[in-house]
Design a protein around this ligand. Structure first.
Ligand code: HEM
Length: 628
């Protein structure tokens, strides 16, 4: 039997049995409890509740209890919901980005814009006017909303300088990134913070400034161009078949970075474009590792149809309501609540993607161990051989596993970035013939002075190191490409402690700060009214004879900034100049009709459908000022 104890004054309480009409006992609060279990409600003496107590209040309460506990639960739920909505209201008032919804935050807008995430972020940043920073929440739940669910997105140069340089120690890569990448990259330079990172950075920085490393890069690139790239392109031009230039470039840069890092060229760029087991395993391992960090949607059948019919409406509703919910919202929420729970679970039981990752990592490990042993037997001028000569803090040589990790980190850092930049460069040049003419004019001038007027000699070999150094307009065109299409469009940092950015934005500890390199290049406030135009002249001195990046180093951060600036920047420019000139001097490129160039939503700005082009042999005019 249920009794309710109503405490009316500090001294008096009534014991009340719900099914009867009146209270059954009045007793003092200090007296022993009359029954072992009863509900007690405190109603202190006020004129209002004394009046209510007599009849209506007790009757209402009695009715409620007679209806069993469901209404009680409903009341409780209503109270909780009201409290939540009140809390959410105050949270939402502090957010400045996309619309946030209770429980699911800004995820709906993210899903709707999943095929144009970079442009979507840019448009929100633009709306913020002179201070392009917004804050959003993907997990509006108490305790999570200001930690892993909270994102500060910025493209303000002063904020980025603050994150990358001034308060560098407060913004490491963070535990989530490191945990996801640990199996592939260990504690290598690309995946470490603090002392571990600093030690490697110092060692590597010394090597990257040497001229011999740049010469080694020039050798690897030129060999690949001469022996393989030109053969493939010549054949395609002769047969008048199209090629996927992005695919060829990805293969070329992968071969180069492997050659430079551990002195072994896997020759993935070959006439038959065959698959190499190491490359396949490395690609698989990288992709699955990335999926541990970001959740990607299966792109199959997901294009929004151009003609809207009843069936296409049903398909859209199906994808958004069912497919996206199951495949995106659910894992997203689980991932946000417990980062890493899905992959850790799969890893524990060796199932799903983690099983595939483990198999791929074994292949990569074996390949790298062979490379380390080969270099031990015959050292060369590659990065691995250089690191073999180094000693750790205790004066001992680095272990085979440490060397393997170092090599893998460099391969990952330098593999796709240059090829992706080159793909966008060729696409922009195809669409800007005036820029193409200027590039050819500069090439003609430099090559005439180094190789003479016989134009056949210009395309016998790719440009060498000294010639590449003189190609300032080409370098400006590559930098301009990276401004509009940065190979790394966004980067993420973890906030260790509460902080305030220079524009006044408060960043809570444990949250994520995203800086959009892509948006930065498209800000009128940073690059002026013509920010969307492709104008290499932006990166030239007034006379046009020198490459001149912006004085404010945090306006152009395609190679990152501060202590973690890209180590391979000079090598990348050298490689890109060699490939760009090798292709443009020999061929005229034209896009395959109907081919759609689109961005792929990933940590690297790939072209989703590749870059399909036709090639025609180029007839250079005297001094190559113009071409046909
Ligand atoms: C167009 C080509 C390239 C672009 C746009 C680029 C861009 C970047 C960016 C944005 C970062 C910062 C990543 C982060 O901390 O999250 C980075 C770091 C790095 N890059 Fe590059 N990169 C390019 C080519 C290369 C090449 C060819 C190499 C090696 C040969 C290389 C080696 C590295 C290394 C070692 C780091 C890590 C630096 C550190 O954490 O201290 N990069 N790069």
């Amino acid at each position: 039997m249920v009794f309710i104890c109503l405490r009316v004054t500090t001294q008096t309480q009534f014991l009340y049995q719900p099914n009867s009409d009146s209270y059954c006992k009045k007793f003092r609060t200090t007296s022993p409890k009359p029954f072992p279990s009863y509900h007690r409600i405190n109603i202190y003496k006020t004129p209002f509740n004394l009046f209510q107590l007599q009849t209506p209040f007790l009757q209402t309460y009695q009715t409620m209890l007679q209806m069993d506990t469901l209404p009680l639960l409903l009341t409780l739920a209503a109270a909780l919901l009201s409290t939540y909505f009140l809390w959410f209201y105050f949270l939402a008032r502090t957010l400045t980005g996309p619309k946030v919804w209770p429980l699911i935050g800004s995820i709906p807008e993210l899903v709707v814009n999943r095929n144009r995430v970079h442009d979507w972020m840019t448009s929100h940043l633009r709306q913020r006017g002179p201070s392009p920073t917004y804050q959003t929440c993907t997990l509006p739940l108490p305790f999570f909303a200001r930690k892993q669910g909270f994102f500060t997105v910025t493209s303000c140069p002063r904020n980025i300088e603050h994150i990358l340089r001034t308060r560098f120690d407060n913004y490491p890569k963070g535990p989530r990134w490191q945990a996801a990448f640990h199996d592939l990259l260990g504690q290598g330079i690309f995946n470490s913070d603090g002392e571990k990172w600093l030690m490697q950075r110092k060692t590597a920085a010394l090597e990257f400034t040497t001229r011999t490393l740049r010469q080694a890069m020039a050798r690897w690139v030129n060999r690949t161009i001469k022996n393989r790239l030109w053969c493939i392109l010549d054949k395609a031009a002769k047969d008048n078949v199209s090629v996927d230039l992005q695919d060829l470039l990805l293969r070329l840069t992968f071969d180069n970075i492997c050659g430079l890092t551990f002195g072994k060229d896997p020759e993935t760029l070959s006439p038959d474009l065959r698959e190499n087991p190491f490359t396949v395993a490395f690609d698989t391992a990288t992709e699955i590792t990335l999926q541990r960090y970001i959740y990607t949607l299966d792109p199959k059948f997901r294009e929004i149809p151009t003609t809207i019919t009843m069936i296409s409406y049903i398909r859209i509703i199906y994808y958004i309501v069912i497919y996206d919910f199951l495949h995106f919202f659910y894992p997203c929420i689980i991932r946000l609540l417990y980062p890493g729970i899905i992959w850790r679970f799969e890893k524990l039981f060796g199932i799903g993607k983690e099983e595939k990752l483990e198999r791929s990592l074994k292949i990569v490990e074996t390949y790298m161990n062979d490379a380390v042993s080969a270099r031990e037997k015959s050292p060369s001028d590659d990065l691995l051989s250089r690191f073999m000569k180094k000693r750790d803090a205790a004066g001992k040589p680095l272990t085979a596993s440490a060397l393997r990790q170092i090599a893998l980190n460099f391969v990952l850092a330098g593999r796709d970035t240059s090829s992706v930049a080159l793909s966008w460069f060729f696409w922009l040049v195809m669409n800007h013939p005036a820029v193409e003419d200027k590039i050819l004019a500069e090439l003609g001038e430099v090559l005439t002075s180094t190789r003479g007027g016989d134009q056949r000699r210009w395309t016998e070999e790719a440009v060498d190191f000294e010639e590449a150094e003189r190609l300032v307009y080409l370098k400006a065109a590559l930098a301009e490409t990276l401004r509009l299409y940065p190979s790394v469009p966004e980067d993420f940092k973890y906030a260790v402690a509460d902080d305030v950015l220079p524009d006044g934005t408060a960043v809570p500890a444990g949250s994520t700060v995203t800086y959009s390199i892509y948006a930065m290049g498209r800000m009128k406030s940073v690059w002026g009214e013509d920010c969307m135009e492709f104008k290499p002249e932006r990166f030239l001195s007034a006379k046009g004879d020198r490459f001149e990046p912006p004085k404010d180093g945090y306006k152009f951060i395609s190679f990152n900034g501060g202590p973690r600036t890209c180590l391979g920047k000079d090598l990348a420019y050298l490689q890109m100049k060699s490939v760009a000139s090798a292709v443009l001097l020999r061929y005229r490129l034209s896009p395959v009709p109907g081919h759609r160039v689109q961005q792929k939503m990933s940590l690297t700005l790939f072209m989703k459908n590749g870059l399909r082009v036709f090639l025609q042999p180029r007839q250079l005019q005297p001094h190559a000022a113009t071409s046909s």
